[in-house]
Design a protein around this ligand. Structure first.
Ligand code: XMP
Length: 540
């Protein structure tokens, strides 16, 4: 992407530390600020080869140490001619490791190796047909005329010595180039995005044929490595884990228990805002099926009392976060002492977190936040744990695979996102035991109907919201005056944007009838037809 944006300066930027895949093969992605760097890593991992996104500032020594089988230079928002445009160490070309430059990465390769890049007469944005000039190695099995996705304003106008043309498009004479001898390749398009039809074939060629990787990044290998690493790190120390019932904390609990047995203590703090039957199911699953003991803390009354009379959404979240910390603190003292806190940090958090907190004495990462979905601002100063984060190498879909492989039921593995404060942020106005019951019962009906029709996986989320107003209705011969329930059913790719789902009318009809007939205190159901933006997914 070439829209001039300046990347952070050396001081501002933090080199993302490698998580170290010492025993197995890996591909390193050097990130030049592309929005797709993470996606490239995911695509590589789909070929069962481990890959990590590192800063473009990663030094040659670090790269040598990591000894990757291949390096990919990502795209980026700059032009290679911009003042302060990010550059990698030119030594990289002499490492003898295969390199694939994507978009900006290709242009950088060309510039540093003696070719030329210039502002294109016509930029190319969107789909383009790729015509193959050399159907060998990088483009093996990539169909002539296949669609690839372009997004660039600069183009390669002259190839560096030793390079040959591999493919072109109508507007881009050098769409793919390569130096077979040195195993250096560049593509102007983005093979990682879903619109690039031949993209995955190209990536597989790079990974398997050019870098000669084996498909070693498998769920079984991950579990094996994770257990070994947990044991090495934790030794005979004790670990505390806050179980929430989601796939991350459940998978985490399972791995840790397998690795260190009863050195692990799982505590499940029931704030009272989970969905109907969820706490019971979670406990049953862990204790009866997995034989992992869970300390159940019933804090329902405590949260309700703390929230009495509170209607402001921000205030609710603040109180819930604060209360969670207090309960957690009390429990950790009661059950402790503990040396480690287990956190369900995932790889995107690692890539994105610039605020990694390191203990200056030990150099260990320390907890300042319990995973953000608990919406906890920070732990008190005297309650600082060291962290154990066995999922930190994984993307969400990989956690699901691991979760599935260790026997987590689909209802946990595939669960829709559920906010940390739970139903509390779906009850507008005051949260009372009576209103919680109404929402829980309505929510169960929404889930039942969506599930029974096999629609669950079509939606990102599907839930009910309770409003703090009443309206008039009529049931039998009686006038009613009761709450409305809002149905919020949405589709989304990532939760950042969303659209309201076009749920079949007959499904909406059944949900509405059942809620009004079965849930006492509700006499009206409305459907939220607001996209995000401008609406948010949750109502508070
Ligand atoms: P919004 O409402 O901001 O939600 O459009 C985007 C996604 O985030 C979830 N969400 C939360 N998750 N704690 C969470 O762990 C929260 O406080 C929270 N608020 C919203 C929401 O369900 C949706 O998937």
């Amino acid at each position: 992407m070439n829209t001039a944006v300046t990347l952070p300066t050396q001081q501002e930027d933090q080199t993302v530390e490698s998580l170290g895949q010492i025993n197995r093969q890996m591909i390193v992605i050097l990130d030049f600020g592309s929005q797709y760097s993470e996606l490239i890593a995911r695509r590589i991992r789909e070929t069962q080869v481990y890959s990590e996104v590192l800063s473009y500032r990663t030094t040659i020594e670090q790269l040598r140490q990591l000894n990757p089988k291949g390096i990919i230079l990502s795209g980026g928002p700059n032009s290679v001619y911009d003042k302060g445009a990010p550059k990698c160490d030119p030594e990289i070309w002499h490492l003898g490791i295969p390199i694939l430059g994507v978009c900006y990465g290709m242009q950088l390769m060309v510039q540093q190796l003696g070719g030329e890049v210039a502002r294109a007469e016509r930029g190319e944005y969107g789909k383009a047909s790729l015509y193959i000039d050399d159907p060998t190695d990088l483009l093996t099995n990539v169909e002539d005329g296949t669609t690839m996705w372009m997004s660039h304003g600069d183009s390669v106008t002259s190839m560096p010595p030793g390079f040959e043309l591999l493919a072109h498009t109508e507007n881009t004479p050098c769409a793919a180039i390569g130096d077979h001898e040195r195993k250096l390749y560049g593509v102007q398009f983005h093979p990682e995005v879903v619109h690039s039809v031949g993209g995955l074939a190209l990536i597989r060629n790079f990974v398997y044929h050019i870098c000669e990787c084996e498909p070693t990044w498998t769920t079984a290998a991950f579990v094996e490595d994770a257990i070994r690493e947990i044991r090495a790190k934790v030794g005979n120390k004790r670990v505390l884990l806050a179980l929430s019932g989601g796939v991350d904390s459940s998978t985490l609990a399972f791995l840790l228990h397998k690795a260190i047995g009863d050195q692990l203590t799982c505590v499940f703090i029931d704030q009272g805002f989970m969905r109907k039957y969820e706490p019971e199911r979670l406990l049953k699953l862990f204790q009866e099926q997995f034989h992992i003991p869970v300390e159940y803390v019933n804090a329902r009354d405590r949260f309700l009392t703390a929230l009495a009379g509170v209607t402001d959404p921000e205030e609710k979240r603040r109180i819930i976060g604060h209360e969670f910390i207090r309960v957690f603190e009390e429990e950790s003292k009661r059950l402790g002492p503990f040396d480690y806190l287990a956190q369900g940090t995932l790889y995107p958090d690692v890539i994105e977190s610039a605020d990694t907190n390191v203990d200056p004495q030990t150099g260990e990462r320390v907890a300042v936040k319990i995973k953000s979905h608990h919406n906890v601002g920070g732990l008190p100063k005297d309650l600082r744990f060291k962290l154990v984060e066995p999922l930190r190498k994984l993307f969400k879909d990989e956690v699901r695979k691991v979760g599935r492989s260790i026997g987590l039921p689909e209802e946990i593995v595939q669960r829709h996102p559920f906010p940390g404060p739970g139903l509390a942020i779906r009850i507008l106005g005051e949260i009372t035991a009576e209103r919680l019951k109404i929402l829980r019962d309505a929510d169960l009906i929404v889930r039942q109907e969506i599930n029974q029709r096999g629609l669950y996986h079509q939606y990102w989320q599907a839930f009910a919201v309770l409003l703090p107003i009443k309206s008039v209705g009529v049931m039998g011969d009686q006038r009613t005056y009761a709450y409305p329930i809002v149905l919020r059913i949405i589709t989304s790719e990532d939760g950042m944007t969303a659209d309201w789902a076009r749920v079949p009318y007959d499904v909406l009809e059944v949900i509405s009838n059942r809620i009004v007939n079965e849930v006492k205190g509700v006499n009206r159901v409305v459907y939220d037809i607001t996209s995000k933006p401008p609406g948010t997914i949750e109502w508070e």
